[in-house]
Each structure stands twice: as C-alpha cells, then as structure tokens.
Design a protein around this ligand. Structure first.
Ligand SMILES: Nc1ncnc2c1ncn2[C@@H]1O[C@H](COP(=O)(O)OP(=O)(O)OP(=O)(O)O)[C@@H](O)[C@H]1O
Ligand SMILES: [Mg+2]
Length: 264
C-alpha cells in the first residue's frame, strides 16, 4: 500500500477536494483498492464521500486509529473504504504525552492493513498539529495544493521548514522515505495577478512543481469541483461541458501523481 497525505497549513486550498477526487480516480479509473482517512474534524472529505455513496464508510473513525490499537478485521472488507473524521480529533493536540503513541498507532494500523489496499489517501486539517505531523511521519508521499496568492507563496517556506511539520524537517529526521510529489497550484484563475504569481513561483520553486509535458501541473478554478464535492461524485460524472473541460485538465495531473507513486 502506498500512502499519500494532502498537506498544507493553509486552509481552503483544495486539500479535501483533491483528496476525494484523487480517491475516486484511483478507485474508479485505475481500479485500485483505496482507503481514505479523514483527519480533519471539519470532515469535508467524509461528508462528500458519504453523500456520494461510492465508498463504504467504516464505523471505526479516524481518531480511534490514533488513540488505540484498531484490528484491521474491524474495517469493512471492501475495495473502497472511508475512515471518517469525528469530533474527538480536536482533542488530540492537547494530549501531548500521547503524541508518540498516536503516531505509532497510526503507523501500526497502516502496516497491518497494508495488504488490503493499494493506496491510502489521508486528508489533513489545516493546523500544524499532531494529526498533520503523524500523517507526514507515516506517509510515503505528500502533495501540497496551494493557491496563487502572495500569502500562500510566502507560506512555502513554512511548508518545507516549519519547526514541527516542515516537510524537509521530517524528511531529515523521522521519515526519510517521505517523497514530496510537489506543490500543486489549485483554484487557478486566468488573471494577470495569478499569472504573475505563477511565473514567480515557477522561477523560485521550479523543483517543487510537478512537471507535465506542457508545463507545470495546476488545476484551474472551475465550478465542476465544488459541484462534484457537493454531490460527492467524481468530476467526470458531472454531465456538463464545464465539467468535461475541467476533467480534461485535471486528468493528466492525476495521472502524473499516480505514476509518480508507481500506481498505474
Ligand atoms: N479547482 C477548484 N476550482 C474551484 N473550486 C475549488 C477547486 N478546488 C477546490 N475548490 C473549492 O474550494 C473550497 C475549498 O476547498 P477544500 O475544502 O478542498 O480546501 P481545504 O484545503 O481542504 O480546506 P481546509 O484547509 O479548510 O480543510 C471548496 O468549496 C472546494 O470545493
Ligand atoms: Mg479540507
């Protein structure tokens, strides 16, 4: 099983939307066995996936994976499963004495369930806390959506070098195998402001962007994504020209992410 975490301390950049849509891509297009873990108490991914009804929803919730030993036998025997978020997730950070145990429990659970799924996708909350740290510590890959505004671009330094959850810090210490697939500009608008920001970003952080045949990967702003998320369905199932256009742009990005992970 390959584990991918969507992470960025910035809120509203599309972590949940991309987590859910990537899960659909892996499960329904590539026909892989997919486990989704929602570590955000806002539960946006859980809500979308529940609404769509395309995955089985586990009665074991994500905080339970952190707080105790969960036997994989308790998890639905299905090829597409969601471990939903729950209200207890916000209590994790305060239990500082337990943080190592939380990360160990998550690591053990993923190791034990690893032969039941091909891909695990973890959606995280936008706080630099133990849920994000534990996710980065156990994952093989990290993908960081971001928006093309100055504040988000300034935040890349933190994303890499934050004292607790900086990706480079984690790569250098507790998870040497963590592979940053890249930063993925999302909700990209064809304004001169965003074009300039994309140009500056490409100049300063080219090695962090995801190369495609025709430039760097990015996902445009489109009504198809919020519509698909509200209905809990894949973007390609929305029967509108705008959705077909959006999916034509998104699909090569998702395909590149999958091939980076060695999942084809
Ligand atoms: N490419 C896109 N075009 C238009 N809207 C988008 C796009 N990607 C995401 N959105 C919308 O932007 C909003 C924020 O996205 P999302 O909830 O996925 O962000 P997030 O990073 O998970 O936020 P949080 O940090 O609060 O968890 C949602 O309404 C989502 O549907
Ligand atoms: Mg989210």
């Amino acid at each position: 099983m390959k584990t991918l975490v969507l992470a960025n301390q910035k809120g509203g950049v599309g972590k949940s939307a991309i987590a859910v849509q990537l899960a659909y891509y892996f499960a329904l297009v590539l026909e892989k066995r997919v486990l989704v873990i929602d570590f955000d108490h806002q539960r946006n991914s859980s809500k979308a996936i529940r609404t769509g009804g395309l995955a089985e929803v586990s009665s074991v919730t994500s905080s339970q994976i952190l707080t105790g030993r969960v036997d994989p036998a308790q998890i639905n025997h299905a090829e597409f499963v969601l471990l939903p978020g729950d209200g207890d997730l916000i209590k994790m950070e305060k239990q500082a004495a337990e943080h190592n145990t939380f990360a160990t429990n998550l690591y053990t659970f993923l190791a034990e369930i690893g032969d039941r799924f091909d891909v695990c996708i973890i959606d995280t909350n936008p706080n630099p806390d133990i849920r994000q740290l534990a996710s980065l510590v156990v994952s093989d890959y990290v993908l960081s959506p971001l928006q093309l505004n100055q504040e988000a671009i300034d935040g890349i330094g933190d994303l890499l070098n934050h004292e607790n959850i900086g990706i480079r810090k984690i790569q250098a210490t507790i998870n040497k195998k963590l592979d940053l697939i890249g930063i993925l500009p999302n909700i990209v608008e064809p304004t001169p402001f965003q074009r300039d920001n994309f140009r500056d970003l490409s100049a300063a952080f080219a090695r962090l962007l995801i190369p495609l045949d025709n430039g760097f990967a990015a996902i445009k702003k489109t009504t198809a994504v919020p519509e698909a998320q509200a209905a809990g369905v894949p973007v390609w199932k929305i029967e509108k020209t705008s959705a077909r256009t959006a999916w034509a742009h998104m699909r090569p990005v998702f395909s590149k992410i999958a091939s980076h992970m060695g999942v084809e």
